[in-house]
Design a protein around this ligand. Structure first.
Ligand code: EPZ
Length: 424
């Protein structure tokens, strides 16, 4: 079982280049199903989740050329199957993001229900609500845990859809389906993440007619057909936040390049509240925590533009090392404190109650054997290991490799004493 070993590394120093955003690239790749023409997606990180998405698309009939690093050329001249692969869906929930484009392109999609995962049951009711609103028939086979969605005989027809929660995936799925629907679709209480805007930019390049993506009301005028395009994915704001916290937790200084400051405002604001130096430079974000008296702060995760849930666990790891109590509230997922047990193995003494974690702070963490309980929690454990005394052994690191490109290599380049071991 592969593991990451981390030793106390002292203050990290240097610069890091942020890769393309996993949570942008996955829907961008799914959207290429919407046309028979060739699409080129650039800025694609080398991630396990990208590999899964490519396999999903190839199963539908996509021809993929990924011979050039960071670039995926993809063309789906004909749909040869409308069935999602159960193993791939279980491996990656974002496989669901192919439902909307498949429904719009082919008129039918058969998708195994995604397993829950460690951060909550993660239903898909809002996705299905959107498809129904566009006139599709939704058949849920509870016994076999498969959902079949079929467009009406006249194809999809635009309508107004209110999302009870600004779900990122549901917004993206409905947005993609609406591009080829007849008439107008309005998505109310839509998610406003930068990845939604990036997807809308790609779709509009393909000939879609989308207005106000990035606001809570997105308007789509359906069109007959979409064509190919070339599009570069936005950089990863969650990877950006992770390396900002690497500077903070090790009391070092890191220049983060290829980052978009406007995508990480809540993280910059909260680090500044802790007295960490954060400076927006012409070509990056400079984070400096050297020799500063840091103070604690409280965190509450919210849909964008609020504090991102994906940075909750890395920020909590940092707060354990800062003098002063802090409270971390997780409002987006119902079970995203699995990393607390792991941090407590290192001496963090965190207490949780429902969606609230009370962090006493001021701890000298001690190295321990810990698990990565989800993608971002895995990163949080590595951050904790950098600051802890002794050695920290992080297992179940496949989570980390799903969403961070060259994770160990980027930390090594910043002076981290870190290595990956492929087996015991
Ligand atoms: C996306 O997941 C991201 N994944 C997640 O990142 C991120 O944490 C999440 O958005 C929130 O920002 C990708 O983009 C691939 P949601 P998604 O639908 O779309 C509930 C990472 O680490 N909900 O916005 O699945 C749901 O249960 C991952 O990169 C419903 O109730 O998130 C959750 O409580 C982790 N019904 C909340 O909404 C639905 O139909 C937010 O989920 C859909 C969602």
């Amino acid at each position: 079982m592969a593991k990451i070993l981390v030793n106390n590394s002292g203050p990290l120093h240097g610069e890091v280049w942020i890769s393309g955003a996993k949570n942008a690239v996955l829907p961008l790749l799914a959207a290429t199903i919407l046309t028979e023409d060739s699409c080129v997606i650039e800025g694609v990180p080398d991630l396990a989740d990208v590999t899964v998405m490519k396999q999903m698309l190839e199963n539908y009939g996509a021809h993929i050329d990924d011979s050039e690093e960071g670039v995926i050329k993809i063309k789906t001249p004909e749909v040869i199957s409308c069935e999602g692969d159960r193993e791939l869906v279980q491996e990656m929930r974002a496989s669901l993001f192919t439902m909307g484009p498949m429904l719009a392109r082919y008129g039918k999609v058969v998708m195994p229900m995604p397993g829950g995962c460690t951060i909550g049951k993660r239903p898909i009711d809002l996705h299905l609500k959107g498809f129904r609103a566009l006139g599709a028939e939704v058949d849920i086979d509870e016994e076999n845990e498969v959902v079949t969605v079929t467009a009406g005989k006249d194809g999809l027809v635009g309508d107004a859809i209110y999302l009870d929660f600004p779900s990122v995936g549901a917004t993206e799925n409905i947005l993609m389906a609406a591009t080829l629907s007849k008439g107008t679709t309005i998505i109310e209480n839509a998610a406003k993440e930068p990845e939604i805007i990036d997807l809308a930019n790609l779709l509009n390049k393909m000939g879609a007619r989308i207005k106000s993506a990035g606001t809570d009301m997105i308007r789509v005028e359906g069109v007959e057909k979409l064509s190919g395009c070339i599009h570069e994915a936005i950089p990863d704001r969650i990877e950006t936040g992770t390396f900002m916290l690497a500077a903070a937790i090790t009391r070092g200084d890191i220049m983060i390049r290829n980052a978009i400051p406007g995508h990480v405002r809540p993280i910059m604001a909260k680090l500044r509240e802790c007295n960490v130096g954060v400076e927006v430079m012409p070509d990056g974000i400079y984070v400096d925590a050297r020799g500063r008296d840091l103070i604690s702060t409280d965190i509450k995760t919210l849909p964008y533009p609020g504090f991102p849930t994906d940075i909750q666990s890395p920020f909590m790891a940092f707060l354990t090392t800062v003098d002063g109590k802090s409270v971390v509230r997780e409002t987006v997922f119902e079970n995203r404190f699995m990393h607390v047990v792991e941090l407590n193995r290192m001496g963090a003494d965190i207490v949780t109650e429902n969606r609230e974690a009370r962090v006493p702070g001021g701890k000298k963490l001690k190295g321990a054997k810990v698990r990565a309980t989800d993608l971002r929690a895995g990163a949080a454990m590595v951050l904790a290991g950098l600051a802890a005394s002794g050695t920290t052994e992080v297992s179940e690191i496949y989570h980390i490799e799903r969403g961070y490109e060259n994770f160990v290599g980027k930390f090594k380049a910043l002076g981290a004493d870190i290595m990956k071991i492929d087996h015991d």
